[in-house]
Design a binder for this molecule. Structure first.
Ligand code: PLP
Length: 426
């Protein structure tokens, strides 16, 4: 079989099943092309993508400006390692630190690597700056978190599927309930060895759990009170997905009218990935100010591919697209319409319990137990009707289309979703 011979969907599925490790359970659809909000399968069927590669493709599939930047840089210089300087990384560092209002950026490749990097910076800061005794630092994390798949990160997950038989686990994490300020303050009060608080502004993988309106602001204030770093994992929520540049608001360059009234939370350490490249290439980063980032010294951390010239060119283009196409304001406005439309449907329906989310990061909760196949079957039916989404945690379906969608397309998708759901009403 020649490498470039065209495969049918069934052939592609058979190959993955036979030769690939079975670490995913994909929906039975084989994609071979993407453009904007659409993807096409191997037989040429067209779908709306309502997952956007877990919010990596916020700028839409194969955005010409991002692809162009990637191709041009790939033809010029791809990798030097950081044993030498390259003439692209500094440009990204200047551009992104100004864009997000931090002093410094540390480039990595995947989200999990960026989280690991943030944990390392936080621990070093605890010893070098806060004066915590060696090897004694603790980081507070939240129940039902998702921060990636490395051994350290799964050590503080409470998802049995992600953890089972991967021990022994990394020490140094205290888990508290999400959206619980009392638990946070109690933990801060009762320990003098806390280095940081690592939190997702909205828990995406857990099922798009949006915390109370004042949670992040007050959690940040508590961190300041107890001299603890606030680490925001915005790998999924960041870069316009939730209707603002960052879900913590940060230096909002989207649309002022949507920011007024909601106080800004400035993380001490900001973790980005996914849409930082618009899905074209793995690019992640950690941002912090000098007094924190200066604990990282030559040789103390690194990555062969981190900060390579292609990644830098791609990330600059991806951030420019977010700004130039005003994707945060578009996500904000379409998100309001999406939840309104679904709430109208939900009033008439017994199959969906609720819709929740911010911007274009939303989820519906199916009125059936977690062990049921209903959400999966609905996603298979959505696929038959031309829209791709995936269940998370049994009975929850996340809806996160590319942010380059327009209102007509959104209304067509609402029609597909509600028509499909109607067929499952009891
Ligand atoms: C996806 C995700 C990660 C991990 O990113 P990878 O690129 O898959 O390693 C970390 N944190 C959050 C919140 C994510 O959604």
């Amino acid at each position: 079989m020649a490498v470039l011979e065209k495969l049918t969907s069934q052939q592609a599925i058979d190959l993955e099943n036979k030769y690939g490790a079975h670490n995913y359970h994909p929906l039975p659809v084989v994609l071979s092309r993407g453009e904007g909000v659409y993807v096409w399968d191997a037989e040429g069927e067209k779908y709306y993508d309502f997952l956007s590669a877990y919010s990596a493709v916020n700028q839409g599939h194969c955005h010409p400006k991002i692809v162009d930047a990637m191709v041009k840089q790939a033809q010029t210089l791809t990798l030097t390692s950081r044993a030498f300087y390259n003439d692209m990384l500094g440009r990204l560092e200047k551009f992104a630190t100004e864009y997000f209002s931090f002093d410094k950026l540390l480039p990595m490749n995947t989200g999990a690597e960026a989280v690991e990097t943030a944990i390392k910076i936080c621990r070093r800061w605890a010893y070098a700056k806060k004066g915590i005794a060696e090897n004694d630092a603790q980081i507070i994390v939240c129940e039902n978190n998702f921060h990636g798949r490395t051994t350290t990160i799964i050590s503080f997950s409470n998802d049995p599927v992600a953890r089972a038989n991967f021990g022994p686990y990394t020490q140094g994490f205290i888990k508290i309930e999400y959206d619980n300020l009392v638990a946070l303050e109690d933990t801060l009060k009762n320990h003098d060895n806390i280095a940081g608080f690592l939190v997702e502004p909205i828990q995406g993988e857990a099922g798009v759990y949006v915390p109370s309106e004042d949670y992040l602001v007050k959690a940040k204030a508590l961190c300041e009170k107890y001299n603890v770093l606030f680490l925001a994992d915005e790998v999924q929520t960041g870069i316009a997905r939730t209707g603002r540049l960052l879900a913590t608001c940060g230096n909002c360059s989207c649309a002022d009218k949507n920011c007024s009234g909601t106080p800004e939370v400035k993380p001490d350490i900001l973790i980005l990935g996914k849409a930082l490249s618009g899905g074209a290439y793995p690019v992640s980063a950690v941002l912090a100010n000098d007094d924190i980032m200066d604990v990282i010294t030559p040789g103390s951390h690194g990555s062969t591919f981190g900060g390579n010239p292609v990644a830098a060119a791609v990330a600059i283009a991806a951030l420019e697209v977010i700004r130039d196409e005003k994707l945060a304001i578009n996500a904000y406005e379409l998100g309001v319409i999406f939840r309104e439309e679904l709430n109208t449907y939900i009033k008439t329906s017994n199959i969906v319990k609720l819709v929740r989310g911010k911007g274009l990061l939303n989820a519906i909760v199916i009125n059936d137990d977690k062990e049921s196949e209903t959400a999966w079957n609905i996603c298979v039916a959505l696929k038959e009707n031309g829209l791709l989404a995936k269940p998370t945690h049994g009975n929850i379906i996340r809806f996160a289309p590319p942010l380059v969608m327009n209102k007509e397309q959104l209304m067509e998708c609402v029609e597909i979703i509600t028509t499909t759901l109607k067929a499952f009403e009891k």
